[in-house]
Design a protein around this ligand. Structure first.
Ligand code: HPA
Ligand SMILES: [Zn+2]
Length: 336
C-alpha cells in the first residue's frame, strides 16, 4: 500500500504557503534577515508545535511568518514546497497565501506575490507541476481590510484564480465578508472559504449561499446537518479535507474517528490535502498514508481522492484531461 500511495498521482487543493515554512528554512531566513526568533534551536521549534485548537496554532503560524521579508524569501518558501510536491507525485497544486499577514507588518503586497508567482512559474517550467493561486482574507480582521487587500491585488488579478477566507472561524462567520466576496466575483474571481472546520455546519451553508463558494475548505462539520450532506452529495460540491491538520488541531481526537471515508461513501466529493504541512506533520503522501493506516480505504478509494481533486480543481479542461490520463495510466500499471 505504501508504494501504491507514494506513486499515486495527486492534486492538492488546500495548502497555505506560509504553512509550508519548515523550521530549517525559518532559521535560515531569520539569520539572513536578522530577525529574532523566540526559539533557540530547530528542536525547540518542533517541540512548540503542540496545539489544542485552531487558535493555538494560528498564534505560532503568524509569528513564524515574521522571517519572510524579501521577494526571494517568498520564492524560496514556495520553491521548497514545490520540491515536496515533486517528491510526492503532486501533478497540480492550488495554493493559498495570506497577504494581510505580511502587509500588516509593512511588507509590500507586490513583494509577496512576485516571489510566489516566480517560483510557481519555475515549478511549471522545471518540474512540470501546474498551479493556481488563491488569495485568502483573514477573517479575524474586518471587511475594510479585506477590501484594501483586494484593491492591492488589482495589478495582479491575472495571477489569481480565486479568493478564500481563513483564520479563526469561531466568531467570524461568512456574513462578515459578503460584499468583498461579491466584488471579487464581479472581477472574475472564483471563491472558496474555510467553513465547518471548528465552526458549525451553518457556516458551510452560509458560505455556499452568501459567498457563492465553489468548494468548501475543510467542511467536516457538515455531518451535523443531514440536509446539507445531501446537498453536498447532490451538487457534488468538493470538500478539501485535511486529515493530519484535523487531528493536530483536535477537530478529531484520533484519525480513526475521522469522518472523511464515511462522507466519501455517502457520495460526497472528498479530497485529501495537507493544509499547513510544516506544522501538522506531513505533506500529501503523509496525509494519504495516515488515512490509509487508520481507516483502511481501498486502492480505488485512494484513487478517487485524486479523481475528485481533478474534477474540483480550477485548472483548464485540457489540463484536467491530461491529469485523468496520468492517473489512469498509473492505475493500469498497478492493476487497479
Ligand atoms: O486550517 C486552517 N484554518 C483556518 N485558517 C488557517 N490558516 C492556515 N491554516 C488554517
Ligand atoms: Zn486551511
Amino acid at each position: 500500500m505504501q508504494s501504491f500511495i507514494q506513486g499515486l498521482p495527486k492534486v492538492e487543493l488546500h495548502l497555505h504557503i506560509e504553512g509550508s515554512l519548515e523550521p530549517e528554512l525559518m532559521f535560515e531566513l531569520a539569520k539572513r534577515n536578522q530577525v529574532d526568533l523566540p526559539y533557540q534551536s530547530i528542536e525547540e521549534v518542533s517541540a512548540a508545535y503542540q496545539f489544542h485548537n485552531l487558535q493555538s496554532f494560528l498564534d505560532i503560524y503568524y509569528a513564524g511568518a515574521a522571517v519572510l521579508i524579501h521577494e526571494q524569501d517568498f520564492y524560496d518558501l514556495t520553491w521548497a514546497y514545490l520540491l515536496c510536491c515533486q517528491r510526492d507525485c503532486v501533478m497540480h497544486t492550488e495554493i493559498f497565501f495570506d497577504p494581510q499577514t505580511h502587509t500588516e507588518r509593512g511588507i509590500a503586497f507586490d513583494t509577496v506575490i512576485t516571489g510566489i508567482t516566480r517560483a510557481l512559474a519555475d515549478g511549471q517550467q522545471k518540474l512540470g507541476i501546474s498551479s493556481e493561486l488563491i488569495m485568502c482574507f483573514l477573517r479575524h480582521l474586518d471587511q475594510a481590510s479585506a477590501f484594501e487587500t483586494l484593491s492591492q491585488a488589482q495589478p495582479h488579478l491575472d495571477s489569481l484564480v480565486a479568493v478564500g477566507l481563513d483564520s479563526s472561524e469561531l466568531g467570524h462567520p461568512p456574513q462578515k465578508f459578503i460584499e468583498v466576496f461579491a466584488k471579487a466575483r464581479e472581477q472574475g474571481l472564483l471563491t472558496v472559504a474555510h467553513a465547518g472546520e471548528e465552526g458549525p455546519a451553518q457556516n458551510i451553508s452560509d458560505s455556499l449561499d452568501l459567498l457563492k463558494i465553489s468548494r468548501v475548505d475543510h467542511g467536516v462539520r457538515c455531518i451535523d446537518d443531514p440536509k446539507l450532506v445531501e446537498r453536498l452529495a447532490k451538487e457534488q460540491i468538493a470538500l478539501t479535507v485535511c486529515p493530519l491538520s484535523n487531528t493536530k488541531l483536535k477537530v478529531f481526537e484520533q484519525m480513526e474517528q475521522h469522518n472523511l471515508l464515511e462522507l466519501l461513501r455517502q457520495g460526497l466529493c472528498i479530497t485529501l490535502n495537507s493544509d499547513d504541512p510544516a506544522y501538522f506533520g506531513g505533506y500529501m503522501t503523509d496525509n494519504f498514508e495516515a488515512v490509509a493506516s487508520a481507516l483502511s480505504p481501498t486502492q480505488q478509494e485512494l484513487a478517487q481522492f485524486t479523481r475528485h481533486a481533478i474534477d474540483a480543481s480550477f485548472c483548464s479542461a485540457e489540463r484536467k484531461a491530461q491529469m485523468r490520463q496520468q492517473l489512469d495510466d498509473y492505475l493500469a500499471t498497478q492493476g487497479v
